[in-house]
Design a protein around this ligand. Structure first.
Ligand SMILES: NC(=O)c1ccc[n+]([C@@H]2O[C@H](COP(=O)([O-])OP(=O)(O)OC[C@H]3O[C@@H](n4cnc5c(N)ncnc54)[C@H](OP(=O)(O)O)[C@@H]3O)[C@@H](O)[C@H]2O)c1
Length: 338
């Protein structure tokens, strides 16, 4: 055994699901040793994200059952398979995500590709580190897309989300005007407290008129849409000619509805965004620089507020809490004793 390798037990506790939408059970299951290019991570913490809820509900990603959910987390690499990268990562505290089709982070150990772990910066807590890979990178990607597309201002909905709050801080530090859309009146004050300048409530009577006026005044031509359904149509109607609607989630659960006239006569475009696909289109040097700049801002612009931690045994309670209070901060499963 390599001096950095830790004794790994034969069995662990893991959350398992047997069918789409089925109960989440905490079970004893085998710990698999890493093969070539793989690492074994002893998990510390894992958040509950909207994508986890979609995965558990079924239909979000192709899955074979039973499986362990959890699309990101943090921990320490305790065993490495053959290859340079696994050996380099051995002993490191990392942020991690599952291998394609593999079991996830809601377990005491996760086997994954060494490509799916990134060393955590010093001074970052396991909880904060468990959220390094998805929202911070997505928020940074959105700012990059806005700059590359020469968009003078951005619109984002579901803006009281963790990602939305990161975008608010980034838009201020990068000096890009941001129009935030929330659906509850009390969320306006929360976002203004963070420094947000423009916050509209989609449930208010004058919303559509105000959105149209503001987008035209600021020249907002990038519309980040996490809600879809009928809200996409409202965004497209408010959007100036030539705007892009970038669909990045489906929180309403509904398909995009839009008058084709917006696309045909006003040259507006609807495109999809998934972080994994976007990163895949980039070269290694870009990715290294990108991750390094995300790490630098993890404790500031890109931090996530943590509402509460739960042990994995209480996963159902944790999910219930999360569903009811999504905008109040992240619910994190505390797995390791750190
Ligand atoms: N495509 C990608 O690569 C990518 C990457 C990262 C994140 N995302 C997506 O980005 C979104 C934000 O993620 P997060 O982790 O930051 O979320 P989060 O902090 O867990 O918060 C979720 C937010 O969604 C809002 N929401 C839920 N259902 C809604 C609905 N039907 N209509 C309007 N708002 C609704 C909630 O507001 P209430 O308090 O009003 O319920 C809450 O503010 C998620 O949809 C996630 O899947 C996509």
């Amino acid at each position: 055994m390599n001096s950095k390798e830790k004794q790994v037990p034969e069995e662990m506790s893991a959350i398992r699901q047997y069918e789409a939408g089925g109960a989440l059970k905490v079970e004893r299951t085998r710990v698999t040793r890493p093969g070539p290019g793989e690492v074994l991570v002893k998990m510390d913490a894992a958040p509950i994200n909207p994508s986890d809820l979609a995965l558990i509900a079924g239909g979000y990603l192709e899955r074979s059952y039973p499986f362990t959910p959890g699309l990101e987390g943090s921990g320490r690499v305790v065993a490495a398979g053959s290859g340079l990268l696994p050996r380099l990562r051995l002993g490191k505290k990392v942020a991690c995500s599952p291998a394609h089709g593999g079991d996830g982070t809601w377990a005491e150990y996760m086997l994954t590709s060494a490509m799916n772990v990134a060393p955590l910066p010093g001074g970052i807590s396991p909880e904060q580190g468990s959220m390094m890979l998805v929202n911070p990178m997505t928020a940074m990607a959105f700012i990059k897309l806005a700059k590359e597309g020469k968009h003078r201002a951005i619109v984002n909905n579901a803006a009281a989300s963790s990602l939305g709050k990161m975008l608010i801080r980034l838009s201020l530090s990068q000096d890009i005007p941001l129009i935030n859309i929330v659906r509850k009146e009390e969320q306006i004050a929360v976002l203004k407290e963070l420094g947000a300048i423009h916050v509209l409530n989609s449930s208010a009577g004058a919303f559509e008129k105000e959105l149209k006026e503001l987008t035209n005044k600021l020249g907002a031509t990038l519309f980040l849409d996490a809600v879809t359904g009928s809200q996409s149509s409202i965004l497209l109607e408010a959007a100036p000619r030539g705007s892009t609607l970038l669909a990045y989630a489906r929180l309403s659960g509904d398909p995009i509805t839009a008058d084709p006239g917006f696309l045909i006569k006003e040259e507006k475009a609807i495109v999809g965004f998934q972080l994994g696909n976007w990163l895949q289109s980039k070269g290694l040097l870009f990715k290294l620089r990108f991750v390094s700049s995300v790490k630098k801002q993890l404790g500031s612009e890109l931090s996530s507020h943590i509402n509460r931690s739960y042990p994995i045994e209480s996963v159902e309670e944790a999910i219930d809490h999360y569903r009811k209070h999504m905008s109040e901060g992240k619910i994190v499963l505390k797995i390791g004793s750190y």
